[in-house]
Design a protein around this ligand. Sequence first.
Ligand code: FAD
Length: 408
Amino acid sequence: MALPSQTQVLIVGAGAAGLMCAAMAGARGRAVVVIDHANKVGKKILMSGGGRCNFTNMEVLPKNYLSDNAHFCKSALARYTQWDFIALVQKHHIPYHEKKLGQLFCDNKAQDILSMLLDECAQAGADIYTLCDIEQVASLPESDLPMRYKVKTSQGTIYCESLVVATGGLSIPTMGATGAGYELAEQFGLPLKPRTAGLVPFTLSPAQLAVFSPCVGNALDVSVSCETASGQVSFSEAMLFTHRGFSGPAMLQISSYWQPGKELEINLLPHLHLFDFLTEQQKVRPKVLLTTMVGELLTKNIAQCLCDYWGAQWNGNRPINQYTHAELQLIAAQFHEWKIMPAGTEGYRTAEVTLGGVDTHHLSSKTMEAKTQPGLFFIGEVVDVTGHLGGFNFQWAWASGAAAAAYV
Ligand SMILES: Cc1cc2nc3c(=O)[nH]c(=O)nc-3n(C[C@H](O)[C@H](O)[C@H](O)COP(=O)(O)OP(=O)(O)OC[C@H]3O[C@@H](n4cnc5c(N)ncnc54)[C@H](O)[C@@H]3O)c2cc1C
């Protein structure tokens, strides 16, 4: 199928936001063309949620999003809610379940969500062209209205009334991520907020890795926090020791707030008052070794490794009745307030999202249209709105796509 020479709506990027926008704009009766440079559409949907796509969350609140403009996401999220998306999923008879913390996943596979979006696009008459890259975009003079943009692609030139940029972020370049959306924003004078990898595992220095290598593969529930310009942020979930550093939901969440050169503070026993516990144990089980006792609370490997690492502070591993109160306080403080400076993060190679992006102060929160560039819309991850882990990024893709679809 050859690319048409003109359309009312041209959407660049057939990912979550682009496909949602295409289906809804098409359903309004608009002629829609979607182009994507990749060989297949929706690759990130397919790899999401471990292949089961955490497609939304039962409780979506503005506080689940990071942005330089905290209010921007509210309008779109209020007009296309998680319940709207769940209704769509139910209409397509896709089985799903809540895994934890309101996170909704497909029972079967993420392909169900992609097939649903493609079905909706087909029903709405939206045409999708893969292996089609944008090469050049120019805005047209008033005399050419209603056409506003001329887009040169690798499959020919196409004129459109509305141009929707849904090119996503920079994470996982091997899945088709490019900076094309950001370049388009800059071309049309829209500033960008600094971009960094978010929801990404931490790396440790070689010296730190050597110390913690016995813990690799071990996971535990922690509370992790870091300082930000607007105060301390913390998350309570699982962390995982990896060959490169720290991962797991708690670490991915805090990575979106962490600044290089800052420490993380990890409470390894968030559900226990360790000092009280150990003083009680001095009476109940006086001869049991400290590492054995901590090993019952954490894993054996983690307890041994950390007690070896910190042990000099409290004169090594001994039966619990041999520790002074001051030493027990030191031990408790170490496990409850472990301060560690990561070397960095794994970066875009493994990040789930890109923080920052098109400055929302220059977009309409109602329509997603650029305030100074009529007919140019930005939706999804390319915009400076980034969700927490848990289905919030897809909900932003659906909501911002739906918002633009009503006005393109
Ligand atoms: C491993 C992984 C797991 C994830 N799991 C979840 C999850 O379970 N739940 C959740 O909410 N979020 C998850 N996310 C985040 C979520 O996938 C994204 O936030 C979401 O896909 C963003 O949607 P989007 O449409 O803006 O961008 P994308 O879905 O990335 O789509 C952008 C599209 O634009 C195309 N494109 C890029 N450049 C060009 C160009 N120059 N020309 C033409 N086309 C172009 C790309 O090929 C792509 O198809 C995950 C991300 C990753 C990487």
